[in-house]
Design a protein around this ligand. Structure first.
Ligand code: IPE
Ligand code: IPE
Ligand code: MG
Length: 251
């Protein structure tokens, strides 16, 4: 974990290394303005830019954004199709900027259900930015925490069937190696906007010891300042990882 000096005061802030966000509330934001739900998805892109630039400025190592869950296919077809077009549009427009800012982009989730064109865009963006190391931006699309654990299990089962590993050696450390994001620092902070208090099948495995930050703000209203507010809350938490408070203080 890194500690930084606040620009405006001399207070020390403990920064998370890895932050994930469930970007929720786009539809309600649009409806409150008398617009269709998709206007909220479009407005939410600016909040993504704000959080990416905030994370980059502060030196956070990894930012993981939940853009589309494995259950979101259940939405009206028109909304799903607008979301797919929006991913395509944003990828096309923003990747160069990410690259210029030394940000590595990757997508996590089951890509096989996306159009060939979108899959290719994703591969191109990952390829272009693969050596960047200021920040890893992971976008979770067609992602589900249960899918993630299942796909890791499948890979390990294949190794066991081939006789490359012993079943007795399968433990959480081995499973972890096949879970998405395991090459990044552990998830420190999970933010959810939009006022609900649930994980909605996001990073089930990775969130084992993360701190949670819930806010009523709808995603399009979540700006850089709000992002920094979540970090400030994180900074005040005592993380005990099973130990007592006294043990932690003595460390
Ligand atoms: C989050 O906003 C974006 C996606 C799930 C794609 P929502 O679209 O879920 O907005 P609400 O929760 O209905 O307001
Ligand atoms: C979670 O939001 C998924 C994303 C933000 C991409 P949802 O709006 O799909 O979650 P539920 O259905 O309210 O739990
Ligand atoms: Mg929602």
């Amino acid at each position: 974990m890194t500690t930084i000096e606040h620009k405006n005061n001399s207070e020390q802030m403990t920064l998370p290394q890895h932050v994930a966000i469930i970007m929720d509330g786009n539809g309600r934001w649009a409806q409150l303005q008398g617009k269709g739900r998709v206007a909220g998805h479009r407005a939410g892109v600016q909040s993504v830019r704000d959080c990416v630039s905030g994370a980059r400025e502060l030196g956070i190592k990894a930012l993981t954004l939940f853009a589309f869950s494995s259950e979101n296919w259940l939405r009206p077809q028109e909304e799903v199709s607008v979301l797919m077009d929006l991913f395509m549009f944003v990828l096309t427009r923003e990747v160069k900027k990410l690259h210029k800012n030394n940000i590595r982009f990757q997508m996590i989730g089951d890509k096989s259900r996306f159009s060939e064109k979108l899959q290719q865009k994703i591969v191109d963006a990952e390829q272009l930015t693969k050596n960047n190391d200021a920040l890893v931006l992971s976008v979770a699309a067609n992602y589900g925490g249960r899918w993630d654990i299942s796909q890791a299990t499948q890979k390990i089962a294949q190794l066991a069937v081939k006789g490359d590993i012993n079943v007795a050696d399968i433990d959480e450390h081995m499973l972890n190696q096949y879970i998405n994001l395991s090459h990044l620092p552990d998830l420190d902070l999970l933010i959810r906007t939009g006022g609900d208090y649930r994980i909605s099948n996001f990073l089930l495995w990775q969130a084992a010891y993360s701190e949670f930050f819930f806010t009523d703000r709808l995603w399009p209203d979540f700006n850089k300042e709000a992002f920094k507010g979540a970090l400030a809350s994180f900074s005040n938490r005592e993380r005990r990882f099973g130990k007592t408070g006294e043990q932690v203080k003595a460390q």
